[in-house]
Design a binder for this molecule. Sequence first.
Ligand SMILES: [Ca+2]
Ligand SMILES: [Ca+2]
Length: 509
Amino acid sequence: MAHLRSRRRLALAVPVALSLTASLGFLPAAASAAPRAESAAQAVDAPALSYVVNTKLDRRTIESVKKAVPAAGGTVVVTYEKIGVIVVHSSNPDFAKEMREIRGVQSAGATRTAPLTAAGTTEEGAAQFLSKEQAAKVASASAATPDSEPLEADQWDLRAIGADKAAKINPGSSKVTVAVIDTGVDDTHPDIAPNFSASQSANCDGGVADTSEGAWRPYTADDYHGTHVAGEIAAARNGIGVAGVAPGVKVSSINVTDPSNGLFYPESVVCAFVFAADHGVEITNNSYYVDPWLYNCMDDPHQRAIVDAVNRAQLYAQKKGTLNVAAAGNSNHDLDSDAIVDDSSPDDSTPVERTIDPHECFDVPTQLPGVVTVSSTGVQNVKSYYSTYGKGVVDVAAPGGDRLYQIPDTPSKNGRILSTMPNGGYGFLQGTSMASPHAAGVAALLKSKYPKASPAQLQALLKAQADNTACPASYDQDGDGTQDAVCEGGKYVNGFYGYGIVNALRAVK
Ligand SMILES: [Ca+2]
Ligand SMILES: [Ca+2]
């Protein structure tokens, strides 16, 4: 389910960022205690889980914590020394608890609730594929001109943010790369191949980067999510199919999918941020939430460790100059409310309904400090019915489509977003997953124009240039007389649109 996500972040970012940083910074220093060696033997028949163990940053501490791992019944999979994150497999049910007692360990927890050997299925929302034959028909019918791509008439989203006009001024620089952290990207697609950066691509499933040829590709054509996202950002203007928001920049693929169940586990996402940062990626797109928890609560030691590990990785990326852009989520949740009912977590075993406070339980990575949180709009520039929102959380909005209430006057009359699909295909999808890449594309245009801009400066530009969009007077999209969501805030910044809808044309002027 990770694939159907999108995120939002801070507009009045400071409160969330501070509280998160503060709570992470005040983890109690664990007392030293020798782990009991018996526990590993006792747990021999327990299912193996994956863990993150987060330590102080000095090398000696990391080494001593690593030495304590086997005694607690664990096996080190990989160590990220620069951020103090150790990925471990263990079948000791008390592994995390025992590690929290080790000197220098700041948090430790299981990153999953299903055994490592578990197989499962994942379903995607309804996608509308265009077959190659259909695409060809649409292409000939819409009579591409030298100034537009064959399927561009259906790309209302490009026109909504001035990306069609922007491309004529500056399509973006090939020195800027947006990494798509997702289900993999089909880089053999003729609309993606011209702009694909293989040297900045990998497969991070399980927490270790595999850079072998093609490891970054989707496992099957059903894993189309990442290919769609990549096309939205940088599909080439090459007389074929569609165009992306920034058709002159590069995209890369970091596949974080667990092939057994389609989920994006925390250690895979940690690997992805570190890989992106270490390979000179300027921007990452994150159209997902880290499985298995939709919201990670700081009063749960496992979920706290997940927040800690992923936050260390994404902050490391920011420090190395990478801007992280993320989808706000597709639950129509108000992330500035007092209570949200989450009945979908954990999504790798049996979900349990719980009521959470989004100020203490975080959607990761979108609610992490410095991450650009993006809500979704339809063709009428109104929040999509499904888009999660929240004052002080959403940074900017961008087109992600709305198939129910906002129907465009295009050849297909399809309110969703048209982009690339694996095996040379094209198709329509909607979601904050589609909004985030539009914002990432505009950020890539900004980075092309201002190569020295820091992630914080890029985010500030993205907000400053966005089209301020006031709260709607009424938001009863289904017309049943009750409001479907409440937009808090004023014209310049509010819970539905943050600082406004991103603008590609302004970014290149
Ligand atoms: Ca094209
Ligand atoms: Ca209603």
